[in-house]
Every structure is written in structure tokens, then in C-alpha cells.
Design a protein around this ligand. Structure first.
Ligand code: ZN
Length: 146
């Protein structure tokens, strides 16, 4: 009988530590799939995104005055930018009163790069409804109240 390994508790932070994300990553996948998004912002930033629909995240911001929530395009996602150090550890999308997130794998603490499996993605041409449905399926939901 095999049992699933317990989820790993991981952390993503901006460079200065103002934006911190604690999240649980279920142990079922051997590698963390990361995708380089082809949109203009992510290309400029070199961000690589990942999420696990069975995980859960908690977002903590030290000083909210030192963050910006940048939106563009369909304006359905918030890029949480630290204005002190410029890093973007997390993007959230509010769907049916629940927040879902993708995390920037480049901001993970203590995760070997060898554990990332690169994939490409292109979501051009999606309708907004398709986009939100995909996020609800694939993005990581926010943890409930502790
Ligand atoms: Zn920062």
C-alpha cells in the first residue's frame, strides 16, 4: 500500500521580503512544472509560473504601501509587485469570491532549480470566461481562515 507523501510547505518571497507567500505543495509530482508565459510583462520580467490546484497559499505583505497590484489586458489578474525591490512573487485572480494564484518559481526559497520542469504556454486568444475557468481549474486556491 502506498500513501501519498505529505505536502511540502514552501515559501516564495520578493527580494526584500516584503511580500511573502507560504504555500503547501502536494508531493504527488516529482518535479514542479514551470511555464514561461509569453505575454509582454512576463517576457520582460523573465518570470516562470507554477501552481498546483490541490495546494493552498497564504499571502502576507509586510508593508502594503510598498506594493502595487498591476493589472493589464483583461484586468482580471493582480500582479503583486514589490515597489521596494521590484520582484513579483505572485499573481492572484478573484473568481467567484475566492482568490486563486500562480507563483513565480524564481522567487521560491530553498528549491533546487533541478526540480523545475520547463513547459511553454500561450494563452492568447482565450475569452475571459475561458481564462477564468482555466485559472479556477489550474491555479492554487487561497487557504481558508486559520
Ligand atoms: Zn521586495
Amino acid at each position: 500500500m502506498t500513501s501519498r507523501p505529505p505536502p511540502r510547505r514552501l515559501q516564495a518571497t520578493c527580494h526584500c521580503g516584503n511580500i511573502r507567500v507560504d504555500f503547501d505543495w502536494p508531493g504527488a509530482w516529482p518535479a514542479i512544472p514551470v511555464r514561461a508565459c509569453g505575454c509582454g510583462l512576463c517576457t520582460r520580467h523573465g518570470a516562470r509560473w507554477t501552481s498546483h490546484p490541490d495546494g493552498a497559499f497564504r499571502l502576507e505583505v509586510g508593508d502594503p504601501a510598498l506594493t502595487t497590484r498591476y493589472r493589464f489586458g483583461s484586468e482580471s489578474a493582480d500582479f503583486h509587485v514589490c515597489t521596494r525591490c521590484g520582484a513579483i512573487p505572485i499573481v492572484t485572480s478573484l473568481i467567484e469570491a475566492r482568490r486563486y494564484a500562480v507563483l513565480n518559481a524564481n522567487t521560491f526559497i530553498g528549491v533546487e532549480r533541478a526540480q523545475f520542469a520547463e513547459t511553454a504556454s500561450n494563452f492568447e486568444g482565450e475569452t475571459l470566461a475561458e481564462r477564468l475557468a482555466r485559472r479556477q481549474r489550474n491555479w492554487m486556491p487561497e487557504a481558508g481562515p486559520a
